[in-house]
Write a protein that binds this ligand. Structure first.
Ligand SMILES: Nc1ncnc2c1ncn2[C@@H]1O[C@H](COP(=O)(O)OP(=O)(O)O)[C@@H](O)[C@H]1O
Ligand SMILES: [Mg+2]
Length: 349
């Protein structure tokens, strides 16, 4: 095989667009990936100026100045390094590219070889990752605020009441021991209630069983301690990524609290792993109650926060709620969190 053919074959096998220009910026070589990426055939561009083809209008002047300066011997920042810029397709659409350039001697002259990669997908994924991180941070801030509010409105108020009750008992202890004894009994009741309150709160924030034994055990435990009747059909799902376990646990806890708080008598929890149809394993769960319906995430913080949390992990929560049908939350969540949700639309097309 002649070296020139070999050379062309190698370049055509590259997944990067590989474009060679001379020191005037005229295109000398244009590989197969460049055809696909920019929409021009080699015949359409060979001998044409690079700046007038794939360089977007507003970057042309600086491209030409840079090339001229560089051809005259000045060092160019982008040669040898990696840079991100914008490319233009034959149909005029723009897209982000990653670019490296090398300077190569060919006979007496110098040519420049550019390697260009379309980074549209990567940028979309990065944007999605950044968004989902921001959403998760919002959720965790909201959770902190909620815990603070619960502590303030609950246990803290009871401890204040306990302090008042104890100092009252102290005043009464000599003058009226019987009354003091009654006040002490009352203090014990307040303390017991504060302990219950803290225990409930801790369970909502974090579950030792969840950390130790995983989601199935933690949900079963949650159901057993619920003041209303809960029927659990929970498959043993084994251990899952911590974020999956905690997010689903919080959501089930919230749904149970809501059911109790808003008048349901019974709850059914169903949880299983869907082995997937090639898209990877998914955790699928429903929490259904026989309450009055009317669940609306825009009317509170619980459902909205939990839903956002699952969305950030690439999952979905569907809420069906109404008079006569009660409330049903359906959760669907990918188990493998290394998969970032695929970008749904191209940046530019
Ligand atoms: N299981 C349910 N049955 C009836 N109404 C519900 C149920 N869950 C939630 N809701 C309604 O939807 C609203 C929002 O719920 P949520 O986001 O959990 O907020 P919160 O419980 O803090 O009020 C609640 O205020 C309530 O009116
Ligand atoms: Mg709630």
């Amino acid at each position: 095989m002649a070296p020139a053919t070999l050379h062309a074959d190698v370049l055509d096998a590259s997944m990067d667009a590989v474009i060679t220009v001379d020191s005037d910026g005229l295109i000398l070589r244009w590989n197969a990936a460049a055809v696909t990426m920019f929409g021009y055939t080699a015949d359409e561009v060979l001998g044409h100026e690079l700046g007038a083809t794939i360089v977007p209008e507003d970057l042309r002047a600086s491209h030409r100045v840079g090339l001229a300066r560089f051809a005259a011997g000045a060092p160019a920042e982008i040669v040898g390094g990696r840079t991100e810029t914008v490319g233009q397709r034959s149909n005029g659409s723009l897209f982000p590219v990653e670019l490296t350039i090398t300077r190569v001697s060919e006979g007496d002259s110098v040519v420049f070889v550019g390697f260009l990669r379309d980074i549209t997908e990567r940028q979309l994924m990065l944007a999605e990752l950044r968004d989902s991180r921001a959403r998760l941070m919002t959720v965790s801030d909201d959770t902190r605020r909620r815990v603070e509010r619960d502590l303030h409105d609950g246990a803290q108020q009871q401890l204040v009441a306990l302090a008042i009750s104890l100092s009252l008992a102290r005043q009464q202890v000599e003058a009226d021991p019987t009354q003091a004894s009654a006040t002490l009994d009352q203090s014990v009741a307040i303390l017991t209630s504060a302990i219950d309150e803290l225990r409930d709160l801790a369970r909502g924030v974090h579950s030792g069983i969840l950390t130790g034994r995983g989601l199935s055990a933690a949900i079963t435990h949650l159901a057993r301690r619920s003041p209303i009747d809960v029927t659990v059909e929970v498959e043993s799902v084994g251990r899952l990524p911590t974020l999956v376990e905690t997010s689903v646990y919080y959501l089930v806890a919230e749904a149970l609290t809501n059911a109790t708080k808003y008048g349901a008598k019974r709850v059914w929890i169903d949880l299983r792993l869907d082995r997937g149809d090639g898209a990877g394993q998914r955790l699928v769960a429903t929490i259904t109650d026989d309450g009055p319906g009317g669940a609306d995430p825009s009317k509170g913080t619980g459902l909205a926060g939990m839903t956002e949390r699952l969305h950030a992990l690439g999952g979905t929560v569907e809420i069906e709620s109404g008079a006569g049908i009660g409330t049903k939350l359906s959760i669907d969540l990918p188990v493998s969190l290394s998969v970032v949700p695929a970008p749904s639309a191209a940046l530019t097309a």
